[in-house]
Design a protein around this ligand. Structure first.
Ligand SMILES: *Cc1c(COP(=O)(O)O)cnc(C)c1O
Length: 358
């Protein structure tokens, strides 16, 4: 299948236009020179409509497109108190005229008590979003079944309350991992390959930070549909492992879901799994705890290019890419794109990244 044919397939899915697409794609000239590769950046962080955005905006466009068709008027979603996804879904809901509600978890042992509004939470408050707080270890990624159930029960209870008032409510899981959104990043892939061609290159690698698994399935489905040889390298911020809340098999299921959405027979599990390469070595101490490598990566990119990554996701992903370049996992002169998925508001949440006042 040709790239433009993906557009026809995507055109059949309901979509509420909210962001600014295509997002920019540009070469990082100084970083390229320093590291001996051709390094490009795809700017999902600039997806809009606000100046702080990210990769969940495309996902929200598809989910809200369907929600509007179904007569939904309220979107409840969940995440850590600093959630990028929650902020973008709240934004998208506001633009679409739906009411956003956020259930936010906070690992107080790790992050202390909530004392002021910063980062994404400040933006949520500016948008007058109804917020509920729950104390839970592990922040967004509630791995303990009873915590997970507590959050689900709280969201469901609010849903029942609102439904009794005649509202129609949709619950979107952490990170926007709701099936109607999985195809969203097919378009990111299309844009990126076309933008790279306009710049005169065919991409060898696409690097990105992976967590809840919403960007990779669409990009991977697009790669498999078009037969493009580019390889994905995913740097995780939370362990991908069997029997966990996220792993390679779940990504493969989502890829198959996208094929079926397009009424196309999906490839075998094996054909999908061999395209997934997740590196779990850059998580650092924990989710939402800055790592020294990520901090160094954030500073290096800011100093070289004036582009800002975040400490929770994109700094860790970029640290992974830099290590892969140093260790030779990326050959000299390779054409590499890093998907900047956002996270910038978290610089104003985790200010320790730049150290104390001098
Ligand atoms: C959600 C998020 C990710 C991980 O997203 P996936 O759902 O795994 O695609 C990466 N970076 C940022 C900034 C995010 O907000």
């Amino acid at each position: 299948m040709q790239l433009f044919e993906l557009d026809d397939l995507l055109g059949k899915l309901p979509r509420k236009r909210i962001g600014f697409y295509p997002t920019p794609f540009h070469k990082l000239e100084n970083m390229s020179r320093t590291h001996g590769i051709n390094l490009f950046m795809k700017r999902e962080d600039m997806a809009g409509p606000g100046s702080l955005s990210g990769s969940k905006m495309r996902v929200a466009e598809l989910i809200i497109g369907q929600a509007l068709q179904d007569g939904v008027d309220t979107i409840i979603t969940q995440g850590a108190y600093l959630t990028n996804s929650g902020m973008q879904f709240a934004t998208a809901a506001r633009v679409a005229g739906l009411t956003p509600i956020l259930f936010l978890t906070r690992d107080e042992a790790q992050h202390g008590k909530l004392t002021d509004y910063r980062g994404n939470l400040l933006l949520d408050k500016l948008m007058d979003v109804e917020t509920h707080y729950l104390v839970a270890p592990g922040s967004a990624y509630v791995n303990r079944p009873d915590d997970k159930e507590r959050v689900l029960n709280a969201m469901n209870a609010r849903k029942v309350e609102l439904e009794a008032q005649g509202r129609k409510v949709m619950i979107v899981p952490t990170g926007g991992a709701y099936p109607t959104g999985f195809a969203a990043h097919v378009r990111t892939f299309m844009e990126m390959i076309e933008q790279a061609r306009d710049a005169g290159v065919e991409l060898d690698y696409i690097y990105h930070t992976t967590g809840t698994g919403t960007a990779l399935p669409g990009m991977l489905a697009a790669k498999l549909l078009t037969g493009h040889p580019v390889k994905f390298r995913s740097i995780s911020i939370s362990h991908y492992q069997p029997d966990f809340w996220i792993n390679e098999a779940i990504i493969a299921e989502r890829v198959k879901h996208i094929f079926r959405t397009f009424s196309i027979e999906p490839p075998s599990d094996q054909a999908i799994l061999c395209e997934i390469e997740v590196d779990n070595r850059f998580i650092g101490d924990n989710y939402a705890v800055p790592s020294p490598e990520a901090t160094a990566a954030i500073k290096e990119l800011a100093k070289a290019e004036g582009v800002f990554l975040g400490p929770v996701y994109t700094g860790k992903g970029f640290a992974g890419l830099l290590e892969h370049i140093r260790s030779g996992k990326v050959a000299p002169d390779s054409n590499v794109a890093f998907l900047h998925t956002g996270d910038t508001a978290n610089l104003f949440e985790v200010s320790g990244v730049v150290g104390e006042l001098e």
